[in-house]
Design a protein around this ligand. Structure first.
Ligand SMILES: C[S@@+](CC[C@H](N)C(=O)[O-])C[C@H]1O[C@@H](n2cnc3c(N)ncnc32)[C@H](O)[C@@H]1O
Length: 255
């Protein structure tokens, strides 16, 4: 909850814009909060320093000031790698509420804790709640972008060399495939996800989206068949919603 509070207040952004470690009084003023909350802010920062989110140094010889650590650098909003969407969505009340009902889940018959608490399956809940759905997809994307950029740009690059196409099953808003499609313009990338996830996403010449559900299972089955009968790079033509995907089919899942 302290981390959620720090993200909502934008403390990492404030320290980043400040350009150097910030004192408690400077932070109170930058946050534009009541001076009566200074002690509360001091306690919040003490906890976040203790957990490694910020560090504490001395400025002007004696005054204590808070600086960024490697962890809080990932909370800065205008940086390429920002983890804030992931942290804040998983600390949203609809996720946190689930943990109040663990005992009910054990005693009940529902398969998942989510169904015990919200009465419907997780993906159906996302379908019915566009706001949290968008935040969840952005959270998945922020997490994926951090990892994928390293995979695509660094030593793992050779994994993708020589591929003609790939299908990212359950690919969310396509952050993984977008990075791959930009790094390898010769690879035809297709993202398959639920209709409410892929609706209205911008496509590119080598990046397409398929709104699917049961089709996802068909893709996986056909991919297995293609790979089983043709080796690792299946040459069998694959049709989904009347569209052909060939010749190379590789399914990449990130989570
Ligand atoms: C954990 S998320 C992973 C997202 C994505 N791989 C990424 O890294 O950003 C799982 C994804 O599976 C999708 N999904 C769940 N059930 C599905 C189904 N039956 N058919 C297609 N996609 C599905 C969800 O909408 C969600 O985007």
């Amino acid at each position: 909850m302290s981390l959620k509070c720090a993200i909502e207040l934008g403390i990492a952004d404030i320290i980043h814009s400040h350009g150097r470690a910030i004192t408690l009084s400077e932070l109170v003023s930058a946050l534009d909060i009541q001076p009566t909350k200074t002690t509360g802010l001091f306690r919040l920062m003490r906890l976040l320093v203790h957990s490694g989110c910020f560090n504490k140094t001395k400025v002007n010889g004696q005054e204590e000031a808070y600086g960024l650590t490697a962890a809080s650098t990932l909370l800065i909003k205008d940086k390429p790698y920002c983890f804030s969407p992931t942290v804040s969505v998983f600390l949203d009340p609809c996720f946190i509420a689930a943990f109040q009902s663990l005992s009910s889940w054990f005693k009940g018959t529902e398969l998942t804790l989510w169904e015990t608490v919200h009465g419907i399956k997780f993906w159906e809940f996302m379908n019915q709640n566009p706001g949290i759905n968008q935040r969840f997809n952005e959270a998945m994307a922020s997490d994926t972008e951090i990892l994928t950029s390293f995979v695509v740009k660094a030593e793992c690059k050779q994994i993708f060399e020589g591929l003609g196409s790939l299908v990212d099953v359950g690919g969310g808003n396509g952050s993984l495939s977008r990075i791959i499609s930009e790094a390898f313009p010769g690879i035809k990338c297709t993202v398959l996800d639920l209709p409410h996830v892929v609706a209205n996403l911008p496509e590119a010449d080598n990046l397409k989206y398929i709104a699917g559900d049961e089709d996802g299972l068909k893709i996986l089955k056909k991919r297995r068949e293609a790979i089983a009968s043709n080796g690792k790079r299946g040459k069998r033509e694959l049709k989904v919603n009347g569209q052909s995907y060939s010749p190379t089919l590789v399914s990449v899942t990130t989570k």
